[in-house]
Design a protein around this ligand. Structure first.
Ligand code: NOJ
Length: 771
């Protein structure tokens, strides 16, 4: 079935050899290397193979390796076949038919002069056919294990199509819920995003990249993309270097340290130099400081867009800037293909620079084992959407959902006490919408919706009446609201399925107003008037400003876009089969004007407090004051969020106490242990995410009022207690100071442990210099 043919051809500069397709490069090295059974695992052997192969390549073939082309057409064009055969293509993207991919690989390894296999890229962002919750949802699980497993499932499914490279994880720190791509991010916090970025990279890439079912990961978008002005996608970003190093770069550093094979340059302008032409980012930070030896791919056509930004005059100058800055491979655009040779001929780009870039690409191909095994046989891999994949998706969705409020313990619902439930809203039975953004290959037919899962769970024990009430989440037609009211009136409890359709978040899908779209707030009002208990289940791709509905519902379960198995996860949570355990990876503002709002803000010289703030409605009209509050707050929004980073309720009570340190003073290079006692003081078993925050009271640059420094998921049965310890080395307290050097300063630190960033349980310790 597969083209594992034996073919006779000449490896350039070598003796004529008979070899299995694609083994030319391997053969070159088997003469140099000894008995290593898996040459793609040995770095030294790989370097030898890279050097040997590079020495065989013409400049045109080198530039071909730097060229990634779109191969999404169903039929392979003659143009693409010829380009691959001529060695003008190093990678393709967006082809997912495994027979077609195998044919592309066959042309590359059997018909091109050097037989170099192709990298086959695809956006496998949160699942392939089986879809996990959106990455922001996965981040709400605060569970690296489930995040890693979700990526592993995605990698194996994607590999059945011949994909060997995904453009994920997206690890842009995002503190702006208007930005549509916040859905793809791991939230606002550098520490949480770093931990989860590493888990995703490990999941995609596995322990051995050459193993069947592992694929190369991409840490994107390097860097600063999430800081787009006003959350408008692709907009300018201005991030001072100190902020860049302390907030935006750490997840990329963590991914590089975890061995991520590739990075993608961002579309956006960073401090006046678009990232795709940004030498500081890609040469100084990535190569010189971090020793990255994988390769950097541009974003889609972002090389040619350097001219649109106004950095260059034309494609040729754009290529010059991108290559000089360190973009090893161009995604789409083909401007390297048509300009680079000439730039070399004119002496503007040294071929030695190109050699290093091509070596970076070839190294990745060797590491992936593509020279040994370029072809795909789907039967080598688990079936799509097999039980483990679905169970992983279900677990991820369960752990991602965040219980934002639960007045009078309206949740969990009682199977025994309820007679009837009204299920109302546009997202109760929307198999496609629950998958969220970036699901090119997601299979909506696999989706289990909340409506069907609830029906399956309750059987005929509870009467269920269902009304979508709105055609979609954006609808402004209220004609079905009367009927919604009648159905609600007849029920014991109303489950309102609200939120955003998937199209409202993701790339280029930013919003300036992040209230529930359409007339959903009116639907809430109408249902509320019935006086029945109302539970809002919200599926969305971003934090929403819920201020206008929060007092009109008794409970809010925020499920993000939960993916294929969102329905069963939500049903289990609503009925208490599982207790909610998700925690917010991003702050929920009260109103959009508070953005950017995040927990790790600076103190300012005038920190607000409940005593200093004044609300606009409380300004005395008859005795106007010249000054109000004189601290850092908004007259109409105060200074606190609607829901804080780390917040998330449970069906049990977690009792934190005895927050303590094992030493009041430690020396530089030592470790302090910070601990707390945690008890499940309620009557159901549940998981809690215990969080550690630290404040460095004085720094040579000002430090955030709190920074997450550790977290742990623990499951406790009713009455059970545990002591949770966090060890902090003084290196864990390091930050970039005024001179942009990473360092820990001596001084006093506060530390808090609790169930959200608002915990007040504090201890402290001092770091002193060594004598
Ligand atoms: C543009 C997006 O910014 C990037 O994240 C994605 O990987 C590429 N397109 C390829 O689809």
């Amino acid at each position: 079935m597969l083209p594992r043919t034996t073919t006779e051809r000449t490896c350039s500069g070598l003796r004529k050899c008979t070899l299995t397709a694609g083994l030319c490069g391997l053969l070159l090295i088997t003469t140099m290397s000894t008995s290593d059974a898996n040459p793609s695992a040995d770095p030294e052997t790989i370097e030898q193979r890279v050097t040997a192969l590079l020495s065989q390549m013409t400049l045109a073939e080198k530039i071909g390796q730097m060229n990634q082309v779109n191969a999404s057409d169903d039929d392979l064009s003659d143009h693409l076949r010829e380009a691959i055969e001529a060695g003008r293509v190093g990678s393709v993207l967006n082809q997912v038919d495994f027979d077609t991919v195998n044919e592309l690989q066959r042309i590359a390894v059997q018909e091109s002069r050097l037989g170099i296999p192709l990298l086959v890229g695809r956006d496998v962002i949160h699942g392939f056919k089986t879809v996990m919750p959106i990455p922001l949802g996965q981040a709400a699980s605060w569970n690296p294990d489930i995040v890693r497993e979700g990526a592993r499932v995605a990698a194996r499914e994607a590999a059945t199509s011949g994909i060997n490279w995904t453009f994920a994880p997206m690890i842009d720190i995002s503190r702006d819920a208007r930005w549509g791509r916040i859905a793809e991010s791991l939230g606002e916090d550098p520490y949480l995003a770093s931990e989860l970025a590493v888990a995703m990279v490990e999941g995609f890439q596995g322990e051995d990249l050459a193993e069947i079912g592992t694929i190369a990961a991409t840490a994107k978008h390097f860097a600063g993309y999430g800081a787009a002005e006003s959350g408008r996608d692709y907009a300018t970003t201005n991030i001072p270097e100190n902020e860049l190093r302390n907030v935006y770069l750490p997840p990329f550093k963590a991914a590089v340290d975890a061995g991520v094979l590739t990075l993608m340059a961002s579309f956006s302008d960073l401090n006046g130099v678009p990232a795709t032409g940004n030498e500081f980012l890609m040469r100084q930070v990535l190569r010189d400081e971090w020793d990255f030896d994988g390769f950097v791919v541009s974003d889609w056509d972002s090389v040619r867009q350097l001219a649109v930004h106004g950095l260059t005059e034309n494609d040729r100058e754009s290529v010059y800037e991108a290559v000089t800055a360190g973009v090893d491979m161009e995604m789409a655009g083909e401007s390297y293909l048509y300009n680079l040779e000439d730039l070399v001929a004119k002496g503007r780009i040294d071929v030695a620079i190109i050699d290093v870039m091509v070596a970076n690409i070839l190294r990745a191909k060797f590491r992936l084992g593509l020279f040994e095994n370029p072809f795909t046989d789907p039967t080598d891999l688990p079936a799509i959407a097999h039980d483990h994949a679905l169970q992983t998706a279900r677990k991820a969705a369960t752990q991602s959902a965040v219980l934002l409020k639960n007045d009078a313990n309206v949740l969990p619902l009682s199977m025994d006490k309820l007679r009837s439930i009204a299920i109302i809203g546009p997202l109760a039975d929307a198999p496609y919408e629950q998958l969220g953004t970036w699901i090119f290959d997601g299979d909506r037919d696999l989706s289990v919706t909340p409506l069907s899962a609830i029906r399956a769970l309750v059987g005929d024990r509870i009467d269920i009446r269902y009304l979508p009430a709105m055609e979609n989440s954006r609808s402004k037609a209220t004609k079905a609201f009367d009927e919604a009211s009648v159905i609600a009136q007849d029920a014991d409890v109303v489950l309102l399925f609200l939120g955003e359709e998937s199209i409202l978040s993701g790339e280029a899908h930013s919003r300036a107003d992040i209230n529930l779209p359409g007339d959903q707030a009116e639907l809430v009002r109408v249902v509320r008037e019935t006086g029945k208990p109302v539970v809002a289940v919200i599926q969305a791709g971003r934090p929403l400003t819920l201020t206008n509905i929060v007092d009109k519902v008794d409970a809010i379960l925020f499920a993000w876009h939960p993916g294929t198995m969102g329905g069963p996860a939500i049903a289990d949570l609503l009925f208490g089969v599982e207790s909610p355990s998700g925690k917010l990876p991003v702050t929920f503002p009260r109103m959009v004007g508070q953005i950017p709002i995040y927990y790790s803000q600076k103190n300012t010289g005038k920190p607000p407090s409940p005593e200093t703030i004044v609300h606009i409605d409380d300004i005395d009209a008859h005795a106007p004051q010249l000054s109000l509050g004189m601290t850092a707050f908004h007259l109409d929004a105060g200074y606190t969020p609607l829901y804080a980073f780390g917040h998330g309720l449970s069906y049990t009570e977690f009792d934190y106490r005895d927050v303590a340190v094992n030493a009041n003073e430690i020396r530089m290079g030592e470790t302090v242990t910070i601990s707390a006692r945690l008890k499940n003081a309620g009557d159901v078993g549940a998981a809690e995410v215990v969080q550690l925050y630290v404040r460095d009271l004085v720094g040579n640059v000002t430090r955030p009022v709190r920074e997450l420094k550790g977290f742990r998921r623990v499951h406790l049965e009713p009455g059970e207690s545990v002591t949770v310890d966090f060890e902090l080395h003084t290196d864990d307290l390091a930050f970039y100071g005024r001179d942009m050097q990473l360092m820990t300063e001596p001084g006093q630190f506060h530390a808090w442990i609790g169930g959200s960033s608002e915990t007040q349980l504090r201890t402290e310790f001092r770091v002193v210099e060594n004598d």
